[in-house]
Ligand binder design. Structure first.
Ligand code: FE2
Ligand code: FE2
Length: 401
């Protein structure tokens, strides 16, 4: 008889505690396999609307990939209607029951509220129940747990067993909050899950219209009217580019809105901030401190406007020169700054505006070409980074063909 543990959950996202629980069940009950069963639409909680079943499934697959004894069970995830555990287990029992003994894994809270589940007695017919508990939880609540255990056994039979899990103090809510605030989540989720989340922009912070409005008000007071109007133009252009290139648009709007927030400072003030906060100043920036408004802007966005998202701060920081391997947001802000509706002097503007929505890398290169030409013609200070960025994108576009 094959011994299979089933770990259900929304997995929004899957995290290390899920893996620890599965591993503890696998080791302590000599299971052959553990099946991770993401919920489609759980009866008791709403799944965050922007995280589709496909993403939750892919994250589970990424997390369990290194463990040959862990598998995905997708019987619930595609369902549009609520799935009750007794129905799912009945189906699994009918399909695999002849050769399989199921162990359904639950947490302490579910153990205590087990009577409130739909048809709990049927659940116990189809599977034994493994209750995941922390060692300290075992000491603190032994009496209550034992009492409940006796009660459950009297009511449902001898189907409940404990699993001791050392590390299970992680919640998906905690992971989501950390991700929204660009905090470090290493140790909370596997690296390949994090990389999937980053690639697909899951759990990125969505700024509310009220948050954007408050930033706009503050910025309006800080900037000259013409600069503020340019800023609003960049914000809207960035939102459009974000839609077109599938990037979270409120993040693009915030980066656009704040990209020139350090323009309100004098050269002396910018240099002073750089020196005070160990922001490096290049030779060219020393000669032309207005070039520092990107780097100092990132500092102000964090300090004065409460932005902690590293992608937004980076896009603000590099918006004047660009850099090698720009992120999509870096490119959106770099381009939006050049093509916003208030701009009318640059040559090829109509063509560049069109390319911006078709091929953003090619657009970055066109802007760099024209910028370098303009700076050379006017004998202005040219930042080395602009040349580096130009060389990088010229090569990239050439190799791409
Ligand atoms: Fe700027
Ligand atoms: Fe600008």
């Amino acid at each position: 008889m094959k011994r299979v543990g089933i770990l259900g959950g929304t997995f929004n996202p899957i995290h290390n505690a899920h893996l620890n629980i599965a591993m503890a069940a696998y080791e302590q009950y000599h299971l052959d396999e553990v099946w991770f069963m993401p919920a489609g639409m759980p009866p008791h909680k709403a799944v965050s609307a922007n995280i589709s079943a496909i993403h939750r499934k892919e994250m589970v697959l990424a997390a369990i990939a290194p463990y040959p004894m862990f598998h995905l069970c997708d019987v619930e995830i595609e369902k549009k209607k609520p799935c009750y555990t007794y129905k799912t287990l009945k189906k699994l029992q009918e399909r695999y029951g002849v050769f399989t003994h199921f162990y359904f894994i639950i947490g302490g809270d579910s153990f205590f509220s087990f009577d409130e589940w739909v048809k709990p007695e049927e659940i116990c017919q189809y599977a034994d129940i493994l209750v995941a508990r922390r060692p300290q939880e075992q000491e603190e609540t032994t009496a209550a747990f034992q009492e409940k255990m006796t009660e459950h056994q009297k009511r449902y039979g001898d189907h409940f067993f404990e699993i001791m899990v050392k590390q299970m103090d992680i919640s998906s809510t905690e992971v989501r909050t950390a991700l929204e605030n660009s905090l470090d989540v290493s140790g909370l989720i596997p690296d390949n899950v994090l990389s999937y989340i980053k690639t697909n922009h899951l759990y990125d912070k969505v700024f509310s219209s009220e948050e954007l409005y408050q930033m706009e008000l503050k910025l309006k007071k800080a900037l000259k009217t013409s600069r503020y109007q340019h800023t609003i133009g960049v914000m809207h252009t960035a939102a459009n580019l974000a839609f077109c290139h599938e990037y979270p648009f409120t993040k693009a709007m915030v980066a656009g809105l704040l990209h020139d927030c350090a323009k309100c400072l004098s050269d002396e003030e910018r240099i002073h901030i750089c020196k005070k906060h160990q922001i490096p100043i290049s030779k060219v920036e020393k000669k032309a401190p207005h070039l520092l408004h990107g780097k100092v802007g990132a500092y102000l966005a964090k300090k004065e406007y409460g932005i902690h998202d590293s992608e937004i701060l980076h896009a603000i920081s590099v918006h004047t020169t660009g850099c090698k391997e720009m992120s999509l947001l870096d490119k959106i802000i770099f381009v939006a700054d050049y093509i916003e509706p208030g701009r009318d002097k640059a040559p090829r503007l109509a063509e560049i505006r069109k390319v911006a929505f078709e091929d953003i890398d090619a657009c970055v290169l066109m802007i760099l070409e024209d910028t370098i030409q303009y700076v050379s013609k006017h004998q202005d200070e040219m930042d080395d980074t602009t040349i580096e960025t130009y060389t990088y994108y010229k090569k990239l576009i050439k190799e791409r063909g």
